[in-house]
Design a protein around this ligand. Structure first.
Ligand SMILES: [Zn+2]
Length: 265
């Protein structure tokens, strides 16, 4: 009898133990998971994507490669097809130095390409084709629109068609959330570039910065080491579109840095 009771007590105890296990473990595990995902969000490393448009130029692109190499960081270059045809060796230098090369526009003639979506798409495709020929391989389906997707150069209805055309080909367009405005003049003074950059970057943990490696952007080359030092000192990790993680891409889509659209009323 005593033995039977002991056995029964053991069974009850064992049942309770397993019930506790099945109820509590997922709860604790789930809470831990929830905690780790919130702390993941909180501890998310600061990220910066340095991007340069309108190259390759005969004077500045290689200087930028030298600065980036010296600093041990990589960047993304949205190239003009015509310029790339004139200087294919610089495009190959970019790739050989681990930079990401992507299409910007073949002609960059905004009054022509933004006239119709067919003008735009054929110009984009020509640019991609030229670059793929130079780098001898396919490029990922990312690009940047000349003057960005919020461009004042394009009628909103045409832009809507351009976006439809790009998305139907699974092409994503990338904008920016920090700009040095280095293309708003010839060799804009470093002090102005710095003020613009710091003002926009200082409260952001995720930065896509727009710069230019075109002919009249010599001061961008001058300011670049100081910008990189600021970003390193403030704990940013440097990335290019080629090493963009799915998490970064999702973040960029949520924050209207990839495939953002102008609301058409
Ligand atoms: Zn441009």
């Amino acid at each position: 009898m005593k033995r039977f009771l002991q056995k029964k007590a053991f069974i009850v105890w064992a049942m309770l133990f397993f019930m506790t296990l099945t109820v509590l473990v997922p709860k604790i595990y789930g809470e831990e998971n929830a905690e780790s995902s919130t702390s993941e969000e909180a501890n998310r490393k600061k990220v910066v994507y340095l991007t340069f448009d309108d190259g390759p130029s005969p004077n500045n692109t290689r200087k930028i490669i030298d600065v980036l190499n010296k600093e041990g960081v990589k960047a993304t270059f949205f190239l003009i097809g015509q310029e790339a045809e004139n200087r294919p060796h610089i495009v190959r230098d970019l790739v050989d130095n681990g930079m990401t090369v992507l299409p910007h526009s073949y002609s960059h003639k905004t009054n022509y390409i933004y006239k119709s979506s067919s003008n735009y798409i054929s110009d984009y495709e020509k640019c991609k084709e030229v670059l793929e020929h130079i780098v001898r391989g396919p490029l990922p389906n990312y690009m940047r629109m000349p003057t960005g997707s919020y461009t004042p150069c394009c009628n909103k209805w045409v832009m809507q068609d351009i976006i439809k055309g790009l998305r139907s080909k699974d092409v994503s367009y990338i904008d920016w959330n920090v700009s040095t405005d280095d293309s708003l003049g010839k060799n804009v003074p470093v002090e102005n570039l710095k003020n613009k950059f710091i003002k926009q970057a200082k409260d952001k943990d995720f930065i896509v910065v727009l710069m230019h490696d075109s002919y009249y952007c010599g001061t961008t080359v001058t300011y670049l080491p100081e910008m990189i030092k600021y970003l390193k000192d403030n704990g940013y990790e440097f990335k290019t579109i080629n090493d963009m993680t799915p998490e970064d891409e999702a973040y960029m889509k949520n924050h209207r840095l990839i495939n953002k659209t102008k609301k058409v009323k």
